[in-house]
Write a protein that binds this ligand. Structure first.
Ligand SMILES: Cc1cc2nc3c(=O)[nH]c(=O)nc-3n(C[C@H](O)[C@H](O)[C@H](O)COP(=O)(O)OP(=O)(O)OC[C@H]3O[C@@H](n4cnc5c(N)ncnc54)[C@H](O)[C@@H]3O)c2cc1C
Length: 551
């Protein structure tokens, strides 16, 4: 491994280390800074061959009937629904008998990879457990008051709550608590939960998915088994694999590409950065904001939700098509907390948790045309079931898991888990509340692709006409196709450690326990120049180590 000491030559590749505290600050030569760039021109292709392995499960494979990849709301709701259907079938003297259902979750414990505070539509809980009442669900309190503000740097102007942001009937909740509650329910129904087992690849046989292979654990920097925690990869065979791996899932992307499945628009993403705060001043309402600290070229907004009298979740969600590559969502959230609207609640409080995650925000036209195949279904965020103007994905994820489970159950009863037998799943989603809601607001986010002013006007028109105008599709490009530039160098942000935090401190608060000596896994393709590297800013410490000549 060679640390960067100069500019790369043609054919050199860069490998950004993660963790990155062993690297050196990569020199940026101001004379070579490109005025503008499309990241799509330098972005390497998805290495599909890594995620799709044309091998049968090995001789020691754990035999499963159905495997859910990902223990979030989608995977767990699906596993519970399937287990309940199988139980009912057995009790009614059906022929299916016992089924082995597994949920593989890469986090060490369920809920560890889910960001806390959320406003949740309870409909999927009622669908999953019709016999339970709202008080039985892991939801905190119903949303009462809510306010929307347009911010300037020092003021906040209250505006009427747009219809898309109204939360009457929804509940404040912690998504970690939801996931842990669903996990416990799944175990009650006999589902095998495997936390700490990331799925590395799908095992395929001709066009069919026949199981999964987990990632070997405990490897050293050289990629060889390291200490006592080392564990080899494990295969699980499955008649159906359900991809519930969340947003931007590489297994889902690789499978869709392999199957040649497309969507009318490419998927686009936002980045959400969220913090959980212990506060001394109670917040009495759900708050959403627009405007500052985002420029009029950047799509997004913030939220602040009361979870308890002394617990508040707040965050900033920003579309990843922002034009200034130096823009930093985490840092912008830190500055935002100094605004009087937030400061009055956070001052004297303590930041308890931090997390960041992307959100698929393309909506209706970015959902793949088919989300099922031979031995496979895709559910939740992996399929793009998010309605971003209301910032809702949890209940859609759960509904999709439930619909997949119902179709899988029928397919297993028929003894046929082919693409044709599972097609009822995509059909059911298309006819469900998921696609109905996404369709109603199909152009809401897309309208803002041409600028905030015209977007605001078009969004208003869509709201007034219930989504009828504009009637057709607003065509978009993927985020990486947008031209971005290195904007002006801003004065260095100095966090105070009380209200504002560096990214390294924030990552510590995320509970990330990655060892310092794991193999490098953030690999950026060939010919990456330092200025592109700066635009990508992959490392929280902004230190990059390069490996020359590898591909
Ligand atoms: C900042 C922010 C705020 C949000 N606020 C709200 C809100 O208020 N209300 C709302 O309804 N929605 C909200 N959402 C959206 C919501 O969080 C998602 O739509 C929802 O969590 C999707 O559920 P899922 O099960 O599809 O995916 P996730 O919840 O992402 O779960 C996927 C799981 O799969 C695991 N996984 C991934 N890859 C693998 C692998 N290879 N092997 C094993 N496990 C794997 C992950 O660790 C994770 O636990 C918000 C999102 C963000 C980022």
């Amino acid at each position: 491994m060679v640390h960067a000491s100069g500019r790369p030559g043609p054919g050199d590749s860069f490998l950004f280390t993660a963790p990155c505290n062993t690297g050196v600050k990569m020199p940026i030569d101001p004379d070579h800074v490109s005025p503008s760039i499309k990241l799509i021109d330098v972005q390497p292709a998805l290495p599909s061959e890594r995620f799709l392995v044309a091998e049968p499960p090995d001789a020691e494979a754990v035999p499963m009937d159905v495997v859910f990849v990902g223990g979030g709301p989608a995977g767990l709701a699906g596993a519970i629904e399937l287990a309940r259907l199988v139980q009912r079938d057995r009790e009614a003297g059906g022929t299916l008998g016992e089924l082995e259902i597994g949920v593989l979750e890469k986090a060490g414990q369920l809920g560890e990879h889910n960001l806390s505070g959320a406003v949740v539509n309870p409909s999927a809980f009622h669908e999953l457990f019709p016999e339970l009442s709202i008080d039985d669900f892991p939801l905190r309190q119903p949303v009462g008051k809510e306010s929307v503000y347009v911010l300037t740097q020092s003021a906040s102007i209250r505006v009427p709550v747009p219809p898309t942001m109204k939360n009457h009937g929804n509940y404040l909740a912690s998504i970690c608590e939801i996931v842990r509650w669903l996990g416990a329910k799944a175990e009650e129904y006999g589902v095998n939960i495997f936390p700490g087992f990331p799925v590395d690849s799908l095992l395929t046989d001709e066009g069919r998915v026949v199981g999964v292979r987990t990632t070997p654990a405990g490897l050293g920097r050289d990629g060889k088994p390291g200490g006592p925690e080392a564990m080899p990869a494990m295969d699980l065979s499955a008649k159906v694999t359900v991809l519930a791996e969340g947003t931007r899932g590489p297994l889902s992307q690789a499978w869709l590409k392999w199957q040649g499945i497309t969507s009318e628009n490419p998927q686009i993403f936002a980045l959400g950065v969220k913090e959980l705060w212990k506060v001394t001043t109670p917040l009495d309402r759900v708050v959403h904001t627009m405007g500052w600290p985002l420029s009029n070229k950047t799509f997004g907004g913030s939220f602040m939700y009361p979870l308890e009298d002394d617990l508040v979740a707040l965050g900033l969600v920003v579309g990843l098509d922002y034009p200034d590559a130096r823009f930093d969502v985490h840092e912008t959230l830190q500055k935002m907390k100094l605004h009087p609207l937030f400061h009055r609640y956070l001052a004297g409080g303590e930041m308890m948790e931090w997390g960041a995650k992307t959100i698929p925000e393309g909506g209706y036209y970015s959902v793949p045309s088919r989300r099922h195949g031979d031995g496979l279904c895709i559910v939740g965020d992996s399929a793009g079931y998010v309605e971003v103007s209301s910032l809702k994905g949890i209940h859609y994820a759960m509904h999709s898991g439930i619909l997949a489970a119902r179709q899988i159950f029928e397919a297993l009863k028929l003894g046929d888990t082919s693409e044709a037998a599972l097609s009822g799943y995509s059909d059911a989603v298309d006819a469900s509340v998921i696609m109905r809601d996404l369709r109603k607001r199909r152009n809401m986010r897309l309208a803002f692709k041409d600028g905030l002013f015209s977007g605001g006007l078009r969004a208003g028109l869509m709201t007034l006409t219930g989504g009828a105008i504009p009637s057709g599709k607003i065509a978009i490009e993927e985020d990486a196709a947008k031209i971005c530039q290195l904007g002006d160098i801003q004065e260095q942000f100095r966090p105070d450690g009380e209200l504002t935090f560096s990214k390294a401190d924030a990552v510590y608060k995320s509970g990330n326990q990655t060892r310092d000596d794991i193999p490098q896994h953030l690999i950026v393709g060939e010919g990456i120049t330092p200025e592109v590297a700066e635009m990508l800013e992959l490392c929280v410490r902004q230190e990059y180590t390069s490996v020359m000549g590898q591909s």
